[in-house]
Design a protein around this ligand. Structure first.
Ligand code: NAD
Ligand code: WQD
Length: 342
């Protein structure tokens, strides 16, 4: 019997979703994107088409609307779901907690209920290193590192979603479940056809650097220079978004080959940390631009340094990051140059 290659990709028009849709198409899957473009642009579909030569299937649906989402399950038969659709801005979640709980929790509940009802047995969930909170006295976290209280409503939604997924598994559900805890995905597709499209002023470091160099923003404020790190700035585990997309494919294929219910959680990162100053220097070298930046006060809630122990990803799904931080910054800058001053 021919294997079912249909996969529902919620939030597939977004930053990580669009890169994953490209890799899914390249691997012969039939992704069906469900997205209502609340944080993305329909133009991403043109980018996906020019990279893969194929039109991605799209249904413009709000995943929190179960009736609309159910209609998509009635139209297609899915082998499983990759669930990206969620709100993701830490600061915004502090101002709009209800919107974050509603969207991130309801979306997950609808997807899980429909996965059970329609026998879509593989389920990959976009989790985040934010679930670790501020780890006590450690920098490298494994999946067994105790999670601390989330520092934002956004982080709390990811912890709650993981809890819901765990309870579903314990209930004897047949769904095969995989939480991917992403560290700091950055970069863009090397073709510069798709990339990150922050709406409004970006919060994350790499888009902020790019928009400063492109003249859209005045200058970058480096949040704090008195941390206990070599150069005094925070350290993160940045890695290429195409590597992350590939982790979804490997994770999905691993789920697909299981012969019974399962729940696993995997860190996705490189295992190496870079400081903010190191990132600025790499950017300047690659772009030949001199970046306007200055030190400012610490950002509230920032963790001094955190990076992933990635051995489980290697052991379980045979994944490790292949691209360098230089590759990621090169691709992100090429994408920004293509966008111009947009
Ligand atoms: P993104 O905002 O670019 O993509 C999310 C997509 O989901 C958008 O296209 C948006 O329009 C869509 N969406 C949101 N709510 C929806 C709804 N109710 N119905 C339909 N569509 C909806 O974000 P991203 O960076 O691609 O992140 C994808 C996932 O990965 C999110 O769950 C995020 O929390 C998680 N994550 C992201 C990062 C990161 O650094 N980008 C890190 C860790 C985890
Ligand atoms: C990186 C470093 C800043 C902007 C976020 C989310 C987290 C997860 C990953 C989703 C930090 C510094 C930044 C600026 C700066 N996402 N910085 N000036 O903080 O690791 O985490 O992305 O799940 O939940 O919180 O990433 O890109 O915001 O910051 O100095 O203008 O850059 O202080 O050290 P972060 P980031």
């Amino acid at each position: 019997m021919k294997k079912n290659r249909n996969i529902l990709v919620t939030g597939g028009a977004g930053y990580i979703g669009s890169h994953t849709v490209v890799e899914l198409i390249n691997k012969g899957f039939n992704p069906v994107i469900v997205d209502d473009f609340r944080n993305s642009d329909p133009k991403v579909l043109d980018g996906i088409k020019s990279i893969t030569g194929k039109e991605a299937l799209l249904r413009v649906v709000d995943v929190t609307n179960k009736k609309q989402l159910k209609a998509v399950f009635e139209e297609f038969s899915f082998s499983g779901i990759i669930h990206f659709a969620a709100y993701k801005a830490v600061n915004e979640s502090v101002d709009k907690p209800l919107a974050y709980y509603r969207n991130n929790i309801d979306g997950l509940l609808n997807c899980l209920e429909l996965a059970e009802e329609f026998n879509g047995l593989n389920f990959v969930f976009s989790s985040s290193c934010t679930v670790y909170g501020e780890p006590k006295d450690i920098k490298v976290v494994t999946e067994l590192t105790e999670t601390q209280e989330a520092s934002s409503p956004y982080g709390a939604t990811k912890q709650m979603c993981e809890r819901i997924i765990s309870d579903v598994h314990k209930s004897g559900s047949p769904i095969r479940l995989l939480n991917l805890r992403y560290f700091n995905p950055v970069g863009a597709h090397p073709s510069a056809e798709i990339g990150e499209l922050p709406i409004g002023k970006p919060n994350n470091l790499i888009p902020f650097i790019n928009q400063t160099a492109a003249g859209i923003l005045n200058e970058l404020i480096v949040f704090g220079n008195d941390y206990s790190t070599e150069d005094g700035t925070c350290i993160r585990d940045y890695f290429h978004v195409v590597d992350l997309a590939e982790a979804h494919i490997k994770g999905y294929e691993w789920l697909n080959n299981l012969d019974g219910p399962k729940l696993e959680t995997i860190n996705v990162g490189t295992g190496n940390g870079s400081s903010v100053l190191e990132i600025i220097h790499i950017f300047e070298k690659i772009s030949n631009e001199s970046l306007k930046w200055k030190f400012g006060p610490r950002r509230e809630g920032d963790i001094e340094q955190i990076y992933a122990d990635t051995s489980k990803a290697q052991e379980l799904i045979s994944w490790s990051a292949e691209r360098t931080i230089e590759d990621a910054i090169t691709d992100a800058w090429n994408w920004q140059k293509k966008l111009g001053n947009e």
